[in-house]
Write a protein that binds this ligand. Structure first.
Ligand SMILES: Cc1ncc(COP(=O)(O)O)c(C=O)c1O
Length: 394
């Protein structure tokens, strides 16, 4: 077999441990093993029927051709209505770029912002894609740690101390994957102030904006023109409307940044799938009851899971304020036979047949991330298995 030399750029990327864990769990399930999975970062609901119907109709209506790289006009208009009605800020059409998922919107943002060696502030624990995408854009991730004590929110002084002349951007993710932490308006205002003073771009990943529990989500760009001009707001339909496979996300930034992103995307994917964009527009314009029904289910699962986790000796967890993850501190169980969260996650998969994601993946060692976007039966049975497996370890 010919050995093809791969680019040094592609060797910067490590395979995703989340995908590896999910794949291993699927393999075991295919072998007939009853694996209960808490690994996936996606809702278990089907995409709501009205959205599916809109996309089917779009196919019949001929939405099967190339569309403008920035997005179909009808979706762009839905996004304008959405940001004014729900996020508290208006935007022009030339500020919007529709991409193949929020992940792609973040990728485009970093590609158009960074030069070699530019620094990007990340708040750990963070969604691991951020660091890889920063590196792929030639940048350097600068990691600011946060802890359960502050609900995984940074202190503004930590940010001030991390800024150097090379700091170009910071990625803020509220509500957060993996911790469920969410920033209140005071913190958002202070961080925005720091960004303005230091001329730093805020990449505000608000993909979980609507999945909150007793928390009011605030968009950075709603704080006024000065903040909005320094913010790239990342939004999408994947999590809110259970549309992960549709691959539609979007960004709102300045006209200059948006144009650079659209030009960049034009040479990579062109437009995001045309008929999927019609489905996304139907989602954004849909009856709010669609989302509130799913949010109600997440709220109940969250309560169920929190009660069960609190009864397992040696574990602690902060109440998630948003998204659909428990970020569980398992450090008390890592001082015997197993010493790392990675070993523990593998042990739990092999011996207890439960799939979890080790916190190290997110720069949060000593933790496990369990998604509660799964049915209540899996939550009850899976957490019982976790309790037994941890008891057997001690
Ligand atoms: C914090 C965060 N941002 C963005 C995404 C990606 O969203 P999309 O599926 O729209 O690319 C995810 C998905 O897991 C996420 O957790």
């Amino acid at each position: 077999m010919v050995q093809t030399e791969l680019s040094s750029r592609c060797q910067l990327i490590k395979p995703s441990p989340t995908l590896a864990m999910t794949a291993k769990a699927r393999e075991m399930q295919a072998e007939g093993i009853n694996v209960l999975s808490f690994a996936a970062g996606e809702p278990d609901f089907n995409t709501p029927e009205p959205i599916i119907e809109a996309a089917k109709k779009a196919l019949d209506d001929g939405f099967t051709k190339y569309a403008p790289s920035r997005g179909l006009p009808l979706l762009v208009e839905s996004i304008q209505r959405k940001t004014s009605g729900e996020n508290g800020f208006d935007c022009e059409k030339n500020q919007i770029v529709v991409s193949c998922g929020a992940k792609h919107s973040i990728f485009n943002s970093l590609q158009v912002l960074l030069n070699e060696g530019d620094e990007v502030l990340l708040f750990a624990p963070f969604w691991m894609t951020y660091a890889d995408q920063v590196v792929l854009a030639g940048g350097k991730p600068v990691i600011i740690p946060t802890t359960a004590e502050t609900g995984y929110c940074p202190h503004p002084d930590q940010i001030r101390a991390a800024i150097t002349p090379r700091t170009r951007a910071m990625i803020c993710n509220t509500p957060s994957n993996p911790t469920g932490g969410a920033w209140d308006i005071n913190l958002i205002k202070e961080v925005a102030e720091i960004a303005i003073r230091n001329n730093i771009t805020i990449i505000s990943d608000e993909i979980y904006e609507k999945l909150t529990y007793n928390h009011v989500h605030v968009s950075f760009s709603s704080l006024g023109k000065e903040v909005a001009e320094r913010t790239i707001t990342i939004l999408g339909v994947s999590k809110t409307y259970s549309m992960t496979g549709w691959r539609i996300g979007f960004s709102i930034s300045t006209p200059a940044i948006a144009t650079a992103m659209a030009n960049y995307q034009d040479q990579v994917t062109s437009n995001a799938t045309t008929f999927a964009q019609v489905g996304a527009a139907a989602a954004l314009d849909s009856d709010p009851a669609l989302v509130s029904g799913m949010l109600q289910a997440f709220t109940e699962r969250r309560e169920l899971g929190l009660n069960l986790i609190r009864h397992i000796p040696g574990l602690s967890v902060t109440d998630p304020k948003g998204a659909f993850y428990f970020f569980i501190n398992v450090a008390n169980h890592l001082n015997g036979k197993l010493t790392t969260d990675i070993e523990l996650a593998n042990h739990l998969l092999e011996k207890a047949h439960i799939a979890t994601i080790p916190g190290s993946v997110f720069h949060g060692p000593g933790h496990l991330r369990l998604s509660y976007a799964t049915n209540p039966k899996t939550i009850t049975e899976g957490l019982a298995r976790l309790q037994t497996a941890l008891a057997d370890l001690t």
